[in-house]
Design a protein around this ligand. Sequence first.
Ligand code: CP
Ligand code: NVA
Length: 300
Amino acid sequence: MKHLLKLQDLTGDEILSLLNYADQLKYENKHGIEHKILKGKTLGMIFKKSSTRTRVSFEVGMYQLGGHALYLNSNDLQIGRGEPVEDTARVLSRYLDGIMIRTFDQSEVEALAKYGSIPVINGLTDYAHPCQVLADLMTIREYKGGFKGMKLCFIGDGNNMANSLIVGSIKMGMSFSIACPKEYIPDADIMKWAYEAGNFTCTESIEEAAADADVIYTDVWASMGQEDESAKRKAAFTGYCVDVRVMAMAKPDAMVLHCLPAHRGEEISSEVLEAHQHEIFDQAENRLHAQKAVLATLMK
Ligand code: CP
Ligand code: NVA
């Protein structure tokens, strides 16, 4: 594993070993055991979109591993004035030991990896959010004890989260269902991959998708960059709110996950979010541990 660009690039065993490493790092972190594995190393973090969890967990993760993280707002870089990503990649590779990037186009992340000579980590694109899904899988295993026989149901937009969750969940042996309006299904290549992999359903029916689910997952209806579609999307997703009515369709002990930020009263009711806050905030915490595993694996 040289980069983390999207979960399709990783084998199931590679994902599992990252999760095992993340569990170990979490345990050690809770017991005050320090590893300065990345002493003297610097991660550059390029942001073209806002972030709370990703920025803070990567920065703290690098600090805890003995390294340094550099926050690079793309508006302050020459990339924001049109310097090609191919040149940026080659220049930054001379200074840094790794790059984390949050941007719009997946092709930009892939180009950084292609033209640079250091590990590149996808911190979210319109297409994928692999770091979030590693934390999600870690949280599912903490609460459910494993993946085999588990069913994850995603309710909402077939967005970056849905794309990466489909790949990660199916690679871990879970079955996956998504309920969404038909105009908002996941990307075509992901749909094709999932149908071929099996254990995958895409439906407009929440009842069908949520039946027997062990995990209910949702995310915002309008992602970053889609703010001007908010009203249209709100109308299209009416009825797709994860509320007590939906929870009654899943298994009685179903857990709820949300990558956050959440819009209460839209994709999730306040009641369900608060009732499942333990899972959801453990999930947010696990970003730190899962990413430390990624950083240590790629940059040591
Ligand atoms: N879940 C997530 O990636 O959060 P941020 O947008 O705050 O980084
Ligand atoms: N789908 C959301 C995820 C945020 C973590 C977005 O892209 O804005």
